[in-house]
Design a protein around this ligand. Structure first.
Ligand code: 5GP
Length: 184
């Protein structure tokens, strides 16, 4: 298949598959939380597109919250250092909280976030990630909803960046090695 972008070597997940899967996840979440309300916590920046599409498939009373966490800087490998750049605006005590992530790689970021939010005594705390790389997990993190399992390669698109670019690609793909070979 011809690459849809000059910097992309190959497409991993085309746009229509992303959208179909998100609709399924939204339906599942709607069923699982029937009769309840939900706080969706978007982990910025990577999950902003996923969150925007997912919340439109959830037919429940929903609050949207945003958190910014840094674990990567400008490289393609996890530093293991997690910093909160922006915290939640609202209290989540006694609320059903669903963390919305872009991708779980080592799991360090997510495990930090789950531990942190758990200290705030939510009624329930679950995780929904668009992508997971099971071969890269270093921490045991329970993922309640997962869109796609990816190979252990660096992916971009649909919110996933390289040096803060490519988030706006409507598909998920692999960059040509020449784009990042100086950073590896
Ligand atoms: P972890 O702590 O699980 O290793 O990394 C989580 C964060 O690293 C993700 O939220 C994402 O921002 C970034 N990340 C991990 N794998 C990838 C990848 O393949 N592509 C991109 N663009 N970011 C990734």
């Amino acid at each position: 298949m011809k690459s849809p972008h000059p910097d992309i070597e190959r497409v991993l997940i085309p746009t229509h598959e992303i959208q179909t899967r998100i609709a399924q996840l939204g339906k599942q979440i709607t069923q699982d939380y029937k009769g309840e309300s939900l706080v969706l916590v978007c982990v910025l920046k990577g999950a902003f597109l996923f969150m925007a599409d997912l919340c439109r498939h959830i037919d429940l009373p929903v609050n949207t919250e945003f958190m910014a966490i840094s674990s990567y800087g400008h490289a393609t490998k996890s530093s293991g250092v997690v910093r909160i750049l922006k915290d939640l605006n609202e209290c989540i005590e006694d609320r059903n909280v669903l963390i919305v992530e872009d991708i779980v790689d080592t799991g360090l970021t997510l495990s930090y976030l789950v531990d942190l939010l758990a200290t705030r005594h939510p009624r329930s705390l679950k995780v929904c990630t668009l992508c997971s790389k099971p071969q890269c997990h270093q921490r045991e993190v329970k993922i309640d909803y997962c869109g796609f399992e990816l190979p252990s390669e660096f992916a971009v698109g649909y919110g996933l960046d390289f040096k803060d670019f490519y988030r706006n690609l409507p598909f998920i793909g692999i960059l040509k090695p020449i784009m990042y070979e100086n950073d590896l």
